[in-house]
Design a protein around this ligand. Structure first.
Ligand code: MLT
Length: 419
């Protein structure tokens, strides 16, 4: 008899976004007329075309693939040297962070990397996650057997949930007790909050004291507008000894459908073996990547490299300004609708408080039924997200303006209905 990984049976419901997709599909089938005007502000998926510099670079790479002399087969699993060098220089060393080219590992996504990193971490780590949180951090720990069962509120035994409260800008504080691995995301998905230097310093101090590892997801760093806010955990002294950083080309370069990301694993980061000796983490991640991954395609890596060219850089800035412009339009609309809004200034997400007594899924259903807009229910990100919903600013300007207008029409008549 073959056995399953029973841990999968502990997972609650479906992954959040497929579940939203299912509900939206049901709505569209039941209301084909209304479905025509549907606007999606749910999943944070980019809408604008790839930067022209990327297209040119990828076309050139396709041409190279068409000739025997320039054709490429397998590339280095951890990424071509020229891309790793461009990333390490532009994203880190030029910003004062000490990151070497060979500490960059190119991959097909931060979602994959934040899950895959568990391959090289031990089974008995005490894991802390924020609440609300990007669901991938939780579900991948469940799949790996790092949790017990979920309770009625959906919280898993053996995970430590760190509440993100408005009073602390929705950034969790280091716990009073010991944990070994902490997931941090800044700018944050879903709350749109960005951690201050002081907040990150307190996390690095905690991690160094507890010999813990910070898994720092900076997929949205390009959206930081406040010059005081750090873009990388490696801006904080000591982080090279306690952090791994995840970055993505999805939300800055519009690569959600192209797939390219990277993870920074400093060679000075060490973790304990079962017998307590400290061992570098970098060789394990290299071994994992070279064994389980065959690298991102040459064409895609050439496209990613073009993001760092002067034209590519300017085109990325224009994309970010477009989405942040949408966020400003949406923030104004939400405020005019009389709702309290957070985020959307250093991040492409708005975190909106539903009217008193309205749950997240009720807000989702009301907004879908009444004004044909798809948002993401905050409770899908954790119990502390209950009573909130997330609005994604990834859209056309016309759609953002229309959503801002429609939200003001909401009467919240069906506040007592819904799931
Ligand atoms: C989201 O909507 O939270 C993101 O699109 C998910 C992701 O980037 O994987």
């Amino acid at each position: 008899m073959a056995y399953l990984n029973d841990n999968y049976l502990k997972l609650k419901a479906g992954y959040l976004f497929p579940e939203i997709g299912r509900r939206v599909k049901a709505f569209c089938e039941a209301n084909p007329e209304a479905a025509r005007g549907l606007i999606r502000c749910g999943i944070g998926d980019v809408t604008e075309p790839l930067p022209a510099a990327v297209i040119t670079a990828m076309h050139r790479a396709v041409d190279e693939m068409s000739a025997r002399d320039t054709f490429k087969g397998y590339g280095p699993e951890q990424g071509y040297e020229w891309l790793r060098a461009a990333v390490a220089k532009n994203d880190f060393r030029d910003r004062g962070c000490d990151v070497a080219d060979d500490e960059i590992f190119v991959s097909d996504g931060s979602k994959c990397d934040t899950g895959n990193i568990l391959d090289i971490l031990g089974r008995n780590n005490k894991i802390a996650i924020s609440d609300p949180v990007y669901p991938v951090y939780v579900d991948t720990n469940v799949m790996a057997g790092h949790t017990g069962e979920a309770n009625e509120a959906g919280a898993y035994a053996r995970l430590l949930y760190l509440p993100c409260r408005p009073a602390h800008g929705f950034i969790p504080e280091p716990p009073k007790r010991h944990v070994d691995v902490i997931y941090l995301c800044s700018p944050n998905n879903p709350t749109g909050a960005a951690a201050t230097r002081g907040q990150l310093e307190s996390w690095v101090a905690y991690a160094l004291e507890h010999k813990a590892i910070l898994l720092f997801d900076a997929a949205y760093e390009a959206y930081i507008t406040d010059p005081e806010l750090p873009h990388s955990i490696f801006e904080i002294p000591g982080a090279r000894e306690c952090a791994i950083e995840f970055r993505s080309c999805s939300k800055n370069g519009g690569f959600t459908g192209v797939r390219c990301a990277f993870t920074v694993v400093p060679k000075s980061l060490r973790a304990a073996t079962r017998t307590g000796e400290l061992h570098p983490v970098h060789p394990l991640w290299l071994r994992r990547m070279t064994t389980k991954f065959n690298g991102v395609s040459y064409i895609v890596q050439r496209g990613a490299e073009a993001l760092y060219s002067p034209e590519g850089n300017a085109q990325v800035r224009a994309l970010i300004e477009h989405y942040l412009g949408n966020a400003a339009v949406l923030r104004a609309g939400v405020k005019k609708a009389g709702l309290k809004v957070f985020g959307g200034v250093n991040a492409p997400y708005l975190w909106v408080r539903a009217p008193k007594g309205v749950t997240s899924w009720q807000a989702f259903d009301t907004i879908l039924d009444e004004v044909r807009v798809v948002v993401t229910p905050g409770s899908g990100f954790g119990s502390k997200g209950e009573g909130y919903f997330r609005v994604s600013a990834f859209n056309s300007r016309a759609n953002a303006e229309e959503v801002a207008r429609r939200l003001q029409e909401l009467k919240w008549r069906s506040a007592s209905a819904g799931a």
